[in-house]
Every structure is written in C-alpha cells, then in structure tokens.
Design a protein around this ligand. Structure first.
Ligand code: SAM
Length: 324
C-alpha cells in the first residue's frame, strides 16, 4: 500500500484533502500535532525537529507531500524541509522519479515562487545547506553568549528585543535570583531568557540556578539544548504545549517564572503561560511576562495574580507578580 509522509499540513487542511493509501503527518510543533489528534484521531502524527527518514516500523515513504508557501512558513524553513524531504527520497530513487512522482509540493502562493523554491534544490540536489545561524546576546554585566538557532525556532538569526528586555529586568539588582533558585522559562525558544539569566547568576553568585526550559516547538527545544550545552548550563528540557501538566512533581517547585509568549492569538497563549506560572510557582515565587502592550496583558495577568507591577524596558513592558 502507498505510504505518504505529510509535511506542513494542519488539522484544518486535512478536512479538505484526501490522500490515497496510508498517511502519517509530520509536525514541528506539538500544539499542531495535538490539534490533528483532536480532530482526526485516525491519523498518526510524528512530532520531531527533522523529518523522519522512515516510518516507526522501518518502512520507507513512497511519497512525501509538502504543503508550503510564503504565508505558511519562512522561505528558509521551506528550503530546509524540502532539502530534508529530497534527501530522504534520494536514498532509493532517481532525481527524475523524485520530482515526477514522489515529492508532491502543495504550494500556496504564486507559481513563480513555487518554481524558484524547487529550482534551489533541483539545480544542485547533492548539496546539503546548513541553515543554522549564530548570533550574540548579553545582559549588562554578563558575558556575551553566542546563541545558535535554526529555521522554525524562535528567534532565528536574530535576538528578540522583548526576550532581551525580560532577561535584563530579571537579572538586574534586587530582581536577580539566587543561585539556589529554581527558574522556569516557558516558551523558551532557543533558550534566550533562561540561559542569559542563569549564566548571569552563575557569574555573579558562583553557581547557576536550576533551570527548566519548556517549549511546544521541537526546533526550539533542539536549539535550547544545544545552547545550554555550549554554555555549560545544565537545564531540564520539556517539549510541551500545556506547561507542566502531567508533572505533579513540578507543582509549587519554582521560585521564578519567565515567559515571552506569542500574542498572535490575542491572549490565549499568554493565558496558558499564566496558568502554568500559578501552578508552578511556590508561595512567594515571582512571575515575569513581557509584552508590548501592558494595558492588554495586565487584566489577563490579574485573573491569576492580584497584584501586577509594570516595569518598562526597551519599549516593552515586563509585568511582575508575586504568588501569594
Ligand atoms: C515570542 S517566542 C519567545 C522565545 C524566547 N523566550 C525569546 O524570548 O526569544 C514564544 C515561544 O513560545 C512558544 N510557544 C507557543 N505556544 C506555546 C505553548 N502553548 N507552550 C509552550 N511554548 C509555546 C513558541 O514556540 C516560541 O518559541
């Protein structure tokens, strides 16, 4: 039976397309994998930072169907995934066969852009490009750390000013945690906030605090792991879209919670972050969330914490609350 790996498809896309034979859906983000499982429990999903070379029983994909386009993902991520898909199929098929039968591009956008994307692989199919980027970040008085990121991971190729503002606020003066503190960085991306703070505390106080990094995106966790190892910081990594759910041992375990949530779905994700903060912090533990619009986030944060202090930095607002 024909076995296809679907890449770049979301739950809603699967309502309108039907595929011949057996399908397995690849997702980079566990939230998207859970969304498919909720709507299509009959479809198997695999959530990983890179495309699986085979199915779990070792059988090969007959076809890879790749849904992409400028509104769906960055050009670099599209090229990176296309290169991985081509490399997997190239193990047992000729280039001609791959392009004609085995790699199906479901392109959402202009035909010209679709052809440009394919040409970039077609012209030199044996070349494997690395899309990893390295860039520096530091907080005042801290070491310059060189972070690595890959396409799909937030932030790729550049530092996020909101994350930096948060790290600066949490590491300055009286806010700076003790080396005995336990810190949770939710939505850690490549680890920017948690790792900058942990490294600063280590420099100032002689030992790094215990750090837990959570993200729903596999490439964020992959990059955060790599960055923690390269800075010599031991951190617990968790791939999760629901905070510490399923980990009762982490309830009430943390002294500090930091988060730079995405705000593209209003405050729905910030809400998940705040639910986690309340659950994860011990009494007297401190929650810091960064945003652009304090007036929008403050009422949401007040649903979870009675008091909210606003600290302005770099054009961002850090909202600080203490768990009572
Ligand atoms: C704005 S980025 C911040 C990344 C990093 N903390 C920084 O400041 O550069 C938000 C991060 O939250 C992650 N995210 C989104 N929804 C999430 C959820 N439900 N649970 C955990 N992480 C989530 C995204 O994958 C992304 O890495």
């Amino acid at each position: 039976m024909m076995k296809s790996l679907l890449v770049g498809y979301k739950a809603a896309d699967l309502d309108r397309v039907s595929f011949e034979g057996e399908i397995v859906c690849h997702e980079l983000d566990v939230y998207l994998a859970h969304a498919i499982a909720a709507v299509h429990p009959e479809i198997r999903t695999v959530c990983s930072a890179h495309l699986p070379r085979t199915d779990e029983d070792g059988s090969k994909w007959n076809r890879i169907c790749f849904r992409t386009g400028p509104k769906l993902m960055s050009g670099e991520l599209a090229l990176d995934l296309l290169q991985e898909a081509y490399g997997i199929l190239a193990e047992d098929a000729t280039s001609d066969k791959i392009w004609k039968e085995r790699l199906v591009i479901d392109y959402v956008g202009r035909e010209r852009d679709r052809n440009d994307l394919i040409d970039r692989i077609k012209d030199d199919p044996r070349r494997v490009r690395s899309f990893e980027a390295k860039w520096p970040a530091s907080v005042p008085g801290g070491e310059k750390l060189i972070f690595a990121s890959t396409p799909g991971c937030f932030c790729h190729r550049r530092l996020d000013e909101g994350g930096l503002a948060l790290a600066e606020v949490v590491s300055r003066g009286a806010e700076c945690p003790d080396s005995s503190a336990r810190i949770l960085d939710m939505g850690c991306g490549c680890g920017l906030v948690g790792l900058l703070v942990a490294d600063f505390v280590r420099k100032l106080k002689g030992a790094a605090p215990a750090l837990t990094l959570i993200d729903s995106h596999t490439r964020a966790i992959e990059a955060a792991m790599k960055n923690a190892a390269s800075f010599g910081i031991v951190a617990q990594m968790m791939l999760s879209d629901s905070g510490i759910d399923g980990h009762p041992e982490l309830e009430g375990a943390f002294d500090v919670f930091v988060g730079n949530p995405p705000y593209y779905s209003d405050y729905r994700i910030a809400d998940v972050f705040l639910q986690t903060a309340v659950k994860a912090l011990k009494k007297g533990g401190v929650c810091y969330l960064v945003c652009k619009n304090a007036a929008g986030l403050e009422p949401v944060q007040k649903r979870y914490f009675p008091e909210v202090e606003i600290i302005n930095r770099r054009g961002y607002a850090v909202l600080k609350s203490v768990k009572g």
